[in-house]
Design a protein around this ligand. Structure first.
Ligand code: NAD
Length: 498
């Protein structure tokens, strides 16, 4: 493996990648595909192949679920304190190897290295958060019911399945599996085929620190085969899917047929509503930061910028000059502010939406297009700004790249109507110095999350989820999700008449 970067790879990363071919990891051991089919995993910043991963056949996915279900009783019966200690050891080990995992993630997902380190730390914080929370869960809740002795009893479900996208591979694994494991479930993780390396690293690390075999299993492969097999498996006890609405519908259908409880975390088309009493330059800077963060490949991003007409021209001016100066480069180059998009298909998608948006009548405020990065042939695109009617295809559909769509508004009611003119409902933000107005608008926007004078705010303990085309069964990162991973039994004894 030879990745050309201006930064030398860590020796541990070189050693990890030198393996070349990565089987899945199930029951504490390698699980290769039966016929040896491989999928290359590429550095999006240079086009260099990093490694191959095995493309598992559906029957091997079923085998992994069997392994996870077999490991379940012992894990569920492990005393809470002991289980928590094992998981905290895993959190410590991930933290100790933060730089290694982050470099693997930066290379595999095209993520700026410092941001990848933030993702790995977030995984650690999430695992610690849910372990602490699960320690406080009292399995029995006594109910005061006249004429009866009654209580509910909480216990874990069994093997829980997780399908993840490529934009935040490691961070989302933390959000997904931490509550499940802390509650005593076992897990089968199917990472995206473009970005499976950090999940495999985690599975090996978990074994090293003493997580029992079969508790954390990673299956790799294509979505239409391996992913579909996992979502159609009748023996999974819960399914959590994070990805596009189109695939989310397929996963939801499969789980519906099998009556498996499912959580869907899907796409978004978030709005930022900016009133005329803000610091215009600072708000422009914040939204430019949001749209360029991970090259705009962020589900909860603000991609529709609704700007009060009084400050519209000034706001656009600040945004254009800042976006023109964003340093685009390889994720491991410390000078880079924005990396590549994940693969050539995503590159075509972003460029295609610029063309479609313009053909549909959008005004182009900043051209965008392919970006040249000296010394690298990666999937680099420039940031772009479009403007005009919110009926435009580029204002309605998720682009998943560094492209924002602007529209001016005059009144608060109009701004709310515009923000809610979408099929999605993941995350919006409102920007104003009038906090009463901020609360009003935040509560009126139809979405799982409304942020005030900020965008992309994730504090452990605050539920995060989507409505409408953005998903269902949300509440990630909070006690709501932890409770999803306990099933409840009501125990009732009628009291004899006295
Ligand atoms: P995707 O839906 O194409 O793929 C997601 C996962 O599903 C991958 O692991 C893929 O292999 C698998 N998959 C594909 N076809 C499948 C099938 N038929 N059955 C089962 N699994 C299948 O999404 P993506 O392109 O990887 O990610 C981008 C999307 O994810 C965007 O829409 C983005 O908004 C969304 N996303 C949402 C959140 C959230 O928290 N709401 C977070 C991150 C990403």
């Amino acid at each position: 493996m030879s990745v050309t970067t201006k930064t030398k790879l860590l020796a541990e990363v070189e050693a990890f990648l030198s393996r070349g071919v990565f089987p899945s990891f199930v029951g504490g051991q390698d699980l290769p595909s039966s016929n040896g089919t491989l999928i290359p995993t590429i550095d999006p910043g240079s086009g260099t192949k990093l490694a191959d991963i095995h493309d598992l056949e559906p029957e091997l996915i079923d085998q992994a679920v069997d392994v996870a279900n077999a490991a379940f009783p012992d894990w569920a019966d492990t005393p809470q304190a002991e289980r928590s200690a094992i998981l905290l050891k895993l959190a410590d080990a991930v933290e100790e190897r933060k730089e290694i995992i982050a470099q693997i993630e930066a290379l595999d997902a095209g993520k700026i290295e410092a941001q990848a380190q933030g993702d790995v730390q977030n995984f650690v914080d999430t695992l610690r958060y849910f372990v602490k929370l699960s320690d406080q869960v009292e399995p029995r809740t006594k109910l005061s019911i006249e004429g009866h002795e009654a209580w509910t009893y909480k216990q874990p479900w069994g093997a829980c399945a997780f399908i993840f996208p490529w934009n935040f591979p490691f961070l989302l694994i933390g959000w997904g599996i931490s509550p499940a494991l802390a509650a005593g479930n076992t897990v089968v993780i199917k990472p995206a085929e473009d970005t499976s390396l950090s999940a495999l690293y985690l599975a090996h690390l978990a074994k090293e620190v003493g997580v029992p075999d079969g508790v954390i299993n990673v299956v790799t492969g294509r979505g239409a085969t391996a992913g579909a097999a996992l979502s159609n498996n009748k023996d999974i006890k819960r399914m959590s899917f994070t990805g596009s609405p189109e695939v989310g519908q397929l996963v939801g259908e499969a789980c519906g047929r099998n009556l498996v409880p499912v959580k869907l975390e899907l796409g978004g088309k978030g709005a930022a509503v900016v009133f005329n009493d803000v610091d215009v330059e600072a708000t422009a800077e914040a939204l430019v930061g949001a749209i360029t963060f991970h090259t705009g490949q962020v589900c909860c991003d603000a991609t529709r910028w609704l700007i009060h007409k009084d400050i519209y021209d000034e706001f656009v001016g600040h945004c254009v000059s800042r976006l023109k100066n964003v340093r685009i480069g390889h994720p491991l180059d410390p000078e880079s502010q924005m990396g590549p998009v994940v693969n050539p298909k995503q590159c075509e998608r972003v460029l295609g939406y610029l063309d479609k948006g313009k053909a549909d009548g959008a005004e182009c405020l900043l051209e965008g297009g392919v970006a040249d990065v000296e010394g690298y042939t990666g999937n680099y695109v420039k940031p772009a700004l479009l403007a005009g009617s919110l009926d435009n295809v580029a204002a309605r559909e998720e682009i998943f790249g560094p492209v924002a769509y602007l529209s001016p508004f005059e009144t608060e009611d109009e701004a709310i109507r515009m923000a809610n003119n979408t099929d999605y409902g993941l995350a919006n933000s409102v920007w104003t110095s009038d906090l009463d107005r901020a609360s009003r608008v935040a509560e009126s926007m139809v979405a799982g999350n409304s942020w005030i004078n900020a965008h992309n705010v994730f504090a452990h303990g605050v539920p995060y989820g989507g409505v409408n085309k953005s998903g269902m069964g949300g509440g990630v990162l909070s006690i709501e999700t932890l409770m999803d991973y306990y099933r409840s039994t009501s125990v009732v004894r009628p009291l004899p008449n006295e």
